[in-house]
Write a protein that binds this ligand. Sequence first.
Ligand code: 5AD
Ligand code: SF4
Length: 470
Amino acid sequence: MTISPRDKNAPRDIDAPAIIAAKPDVTKPNTKKVFIKTYGCQMNVYDSERMADVLAPIGYAPTEEPDHADLVILNTCHIREKAAEKVYSELGRIRQYKEKNKPDMKVAVAGCVAQAEGAEIMSRAPVVDMVLGPQTYHKLPEMIAKVHRGTGDLLETEFDTLEKFDQLPELRQPKGFSSFLTIQEGCDKFCTFCVVPYTRGAEVSRPVAQVVAEARQLAKHGVREITLIGQNVNAYNGVGEDGNQWTLGQLIRHVALIGGIDRIRFTTSHPRDMDDDLIETLGSEPKLMPYLHLPIQAGSNKILSAMNRDHTYDHYKNLIAKIRAARPDIALSGDFIVGFPGETETDFQQTMKCVEEIGYGSSFSFKYSVRPGTPGAGLPRQVPEDIKQDRLVRLQALLYKQQHDFNLSLVGKTLDVLVEGRGRKNGQLFGRSPYLQGTHFDGPESLIGQIVKVKMTDAGRNSLIGDWVE
Ligand code: 5AD
Ligand code: SF4
C-alpha cells in the first residue's frame, strides 16, 4: 500500500514526519504490528509515541511498513482545510489495500480531525474501526478489545487531559537523542481563525513532578535535548513540588537540573504570556537554546484585533526588544497568516513591515483557511484565493531571504551540534545547531548522540554544512 509521504516543504511545526515510535516494552511478546502515521504539530508527534507506548504491553510492535500492519493509526491534524482533507484520501487508499490484501487489518483515526469530525468519519469512511480524540489515547487497548469483540462504543472524544496523563504508561523508550515532552495541552485564547481550543479543549498543565519524572526517564534512555511542548506553552501553570503553581521559567530551571539533559527548548509561545521571569530565564539558563518561536500572525492592529490576538504590533515589538536585550544571540521564528477576512493591501503591508523590522531566522506562513465553527468563518469580506496566493508569495520571498541570510551569517562560526544520526551521503553525519537548523558534516559514527563543535562552511535556506572541529 502506498501511504503518501509527507510533504517535504511543509513547515516543521504543523507537518512533522510520520513517526514510528519507541521500541516496545516487551511485557508480552510482540505478535502484532502497528503503523502510525502522524500529521500536524509536534504534539501529534509526541502523542504518536505515547500511543506506541500504550500498545507495546499488549503486544504491538511498531512497523514502518503499512502493508504489514495489523493496526493502522492515522494521527490527524485539523488546523487547515488541506490537512483535514488529506485524511480522507489516505483512508480511501487504505480501504482499497485492506479489501484486496488484508481484510483483518484494523484502522483507527486519532488526533484533531477525530475530535472535530468523529461521527462524520465513521459514516463517511466505513473502513475506520475506531475514532479517538486526543485526550483518549490511554483507552486504546480497551478500544481494540471492543473492535475485536464487535461490541461497544468505538468513538471516544471525551476531554480529560489529566486523566490521559495519569493513565499513560510511565515507561517511555524514545527513538533518538532529542525528544518532545508535553507539559501543557489545550488553549483558552480563542483566536478567531483557530480550531485548537475546540479540538484540544481548555488549557491544562501537567504537574511539575510528572514532567520531571518523564524528563528523567528520557534522560535515562539517552535523550540529551528536550523540547517542552504545549499549544500555549508559556501559559504553563502546573502544580509545583511546593504545592504552588509554577511558571514555565520555574519549570525550565528545574528541568535544567536533571543530569544528562543538556539542551532545553519550548514551543509554542503566545506573546501575551511571555512574562519577565521567562525572559530572564532565556537570558540566564545556559541549557536553554537561543531560539524562540513567537508567532505574531499579522502586522496590522486592525487584523490582530479581528483575530482576537489580544496584543498589538507595538506590544510584540517591545517584547522582542526585551527578549533580545536579555539574550542577544536569540534567533526568532514566527507564524504568519495572510488573507484573514478584511485584510486589505495596506494591512498586508503592515505584516511585511513587521517582518522587515523584527527579522526572522525561520518562519511558517499560511493562507487563511476557513475553519467551520470558528468565528473567522462567519466574518464578512473574505479575501479571494488569488489575492491570498499573491500575498503569500510576496511574504515568503521576504521570509525565505531572511532565513537564508541568517544561515549565511553563521558561516565561519563554530557551533555546538547535537548529532542525531547519519547524513544522506556516505561518511556524513546529521545534527541540529542551537538555532535548530539541520547541519551536515563528515565524521565518525561514534559521534552520534554527542554534542560536538562544527565550524560552518556553507549555508542553504534550510540547512548548514560544516567541518567537525572537536
Ligand atoms: N488558517 C491558516 N493558518 C492557520 N493557523 C491556525 N489556524 C489557521 C487557519 N485557519 C496557523 C497559525 C498557527 C499555526 C500553527 O497555524 O499561524 O500559529
Ligand atoms: Fe490557536 Fe490562538 Fe490558541 Fe495558538 S493561541 S492555539 S493560534 S487559539
